[in-house]
Design a binder for this molecule. Structure first.
Ligand code: FES
Length: 152
């Protein structure tokens, strides 16, 4: 069965016709060609697919596109302003908060969402808040430094 879904993605209204089994992640990547959101595990373990829905972070691989009719979705492509990175993106560059870069968009989307959540400011709190985002290269020290720069 296919369903029409109307969603706003990065401020642009979009109308999609998707198979009901299509994840939000696949709808973003395959239907809208927004490939900045990555597929690591496709079952909620790695955080590479993190996007914002109505301002809150979710794993886009765990959510069906048809569940998001009327929602506002933000992906890494919509985070900064044209020609200007979001402060979190800039901090990741300045602190080398990545190695291969595959997890980076998910890390950044999580880190930005975390700024609006209730977390303590200790390193352990930030690590806990970011524990859903795995970096196989192990760039955690620099990711932490980037987030701390933006949070202060
Ligand atoms: Fe969604 Fe890994 S691809 S959590």
């Amino acid at each position: 069965t296919r369903t029409q879904v109307k969603i706003s993605v990065n401020g642009q209204p979009q109308e999609l016709e998707v198979d009901n089994r299509t994840s939000l992640l696949d709808a973003l990547r395959d239907h809208l060609h927004l490939t900045g959101t990555k597929k690591g595990c496709d079952h909620g373990q790695c955080g590479a697919c993190t996007v914002h829905v109505n301002g809150r972070r979710i794993n886009a691989c765990l959510s069906l596109a048809v569940m998001h009719d009327g929602d506002q979705v933000t992906t890494i492509e919509g985070l900064g302003q044209p020609g200007a990175m979001h402060p979190m993106q800039r901090a990741f560059v300045e602190h080398d908060g990545y190695q291969c870069g595959y997890c980076t968009s998910g890390q950044i989307m999580s880190a930005v969402a975390m700024l609006h959540e209730q977390w303590g400011s200790a390193d352990a709190d930030i690590r806990e808040a970011m524990s859903g985002n795995i970096c196989r290269c192990g760039a955690y020290q620099n990711i932490l430094a980037a987030i701390k720069q933006v949070r202060q």
